[in-house]
Design a protein around this ligand. Structure first.
Ligand code: NAD
Length: 402
């Protein structure tokens, strides 16, 4: 794949690697403020290539990333492949000097996440992990409430995650196979672990967890779905959870709970259930002067604050509307792509001492810490709930931090 990273080029030339259910992210390139265009798409799956050809008729559509061969080169790659491929896809791109947008989670193990980070550190190539959830309206609202001091100093965060779409999102394809995703505590929760760290302003040092495969493991009907993506089988009619066929391999937990001890004595918990009928996250953040909690997590929802002594009152003392897409996270997706393209256009990761470089590395460390917690919590829940300590950053990465 020839590279010709030209910061003066008027339109950034983007290669997309993997064009499945998350392919919609690549289509947001066209609506970013930084001029950019998808010039190549690589995917081994013929149906994915057909979909890409349809959406990007002028792009080179190829089966393997190595075959992306535009003579004028590309400026950056957006990697939307399954989690277990992230290291093997991203590292050669970084080594070729191509800035990479890598979907979350960064990798399925801490070892692989550290390999990717080390490649970014040693090559000096830009890397950006697509943690869009931290950019959602609900997270921004909670962050603002904390930043404005409305609940004092954060001391504990409790997250309940009702993954009502869990059957369709995670139990009908590779996500349900622990060799492909490790666990849904890592796969899905990496968003929330990242968010917890952001709201607390601190990283987890120690985790312990429990989990079970309680519901989907008992489904007898198994189905391969070649050439299909999640949108092909998603339906609210797939209910109750055991009524629809699942993937041939289902060995990840469908209910899991993790306890986290963060720096500064902050404690957090996260519970995730994939057979709940409703799909949303409920955060409670308690500080020295009050408590905040979201009711709904998209546009139309609210965050309430309780900051006076009382008995039970669901209305709270203050209420803040969540300004966001009412359906999901399309707005956060656009912001995520916009930030990546801006990073590429400005090459902001490569200016030592610049605010952009510091922010880029801070975000990478956050993405790594989310993988660390998910991976270690999984080892804990599969190993008798033993507490696990998060190891420090590899030296090559720590040395690179601004
Ligand atoms: N941030 C979010 O909100 C969010 C939401 C969904 C998925 N994701 C992440 O996005 C990524 C993609 O998920 P998905 O649901 O689209 O998966 P998917 O299985 O629907 O699509 C993945 C595509 O990658 C292709 N692929 C596999 N190996 C490849 C390789 N080596 N080179 C090129 N293409 C390859 C597959 O053929 C497939 O078309 C995953 O990492 C997932 O965790 C993030």
């Amino acid at each position: 794949m020839p590279t010709n990273c030209d910061p003066t080029s008027p339109v950034l030339r983007i290669a997309v690697v993997g064009y499945g259910a998350r392919g919609g992210l690549a289509r947001l390139v066209a609506s970013a403020p930084v001029p950019a265009s998808v010039v190549a798409v690589a995917d081994p799956e013929p149906s994915a290539r057909a979909a890409a050809q349809n959406h990007f008729p002028d792009a080179d559509i190829v089966a393997a990333v190595e075959a992306v061969g535009r003579p004028d080169g590309i400026d950056a790659a957006i990697v939307l492949t399954p989690d277990d491929t992230h290291a093997d896809v991203a590292i050669p791109l970084l080594e070729a000097g191509i800035p990479v947008f890598l979907e979350k989670p960064m990798a399925i193990t801490l070892t692989e996440a550290d390999r990717i980070l080390a490649a970014a550190a040693t090559t000096g190539t830009g890397l950006f992990v697509g943690h869009n959830f931290r950019r959602t309206g609900v997270m921004k609202t909670l962050a603002r409430i904390i930043g404005d001091g409305l609940i004092g100093e954060v001391k504990t965060i409790w997250v309940r995650h009702f993954v009502g779409n869990g059957g369709d999102y995670y139990f009908r394809d590779w996500h349900a196979d622990r060799s492909r995703s490790n666990s849904l505590l890592l796969q899905k929760a990496s968003h929330d672990i990242d968010a917890i760290h952001g709201l607390a302003g601190a990283y987890t040092r120690r985790v312990t967890a429990m989990g079970e495969l309680s519901v989907y493991g008992a489904v007898a009907e198994r189905l391969e779905r070649p050439g299909q993506t999640m949108a092909d089988w998603f339906s609210y009619d797939n209910w109750p959870p055991q009524a629809s066929p699942v993937a041939p391999v289902v060995d990840v937990e469908d209910v899991s709970m993790v306890l986290m001890a963060l720096d500064g004595g902050i404690l957090a918990s996260y519970q995730q259930c994939h057979f709940s009928p409703d799909y949303w996250r409920n955060y409670t953040v308690i500080g020295t002067h009050g408590r905040a909690e979201n009711i709904g997590d998209t546009g139309g929802g609210v965050v309430r604050v309780w900051n006076r002594r009382r008995a039970w009152d669901p209305r709270g003392d203050l209420e803040f509307p969540i300004h966001a897409d009412p359906e999901g996270h399309a707005d956060a997706d656009q912001e995520t792509i916009d930030e990546f393209l801006e990073m590429v256009a400005n090459q902001s990761w490569s200016s030592p001492g610049a605010a952009g470089a510091a922010a880029a590395w801070e975000a990478l460390v956050a993405a790594r810490q989310a993988v660390a917690v998910g991976d270690l919590a999984t080892r804990s829940l599969r190993g008798g709930s033993v507490p696990m300590d998060v190891p420090p950053l590899p030296k090559v990465v720590a040395d690179r931090l601004p």
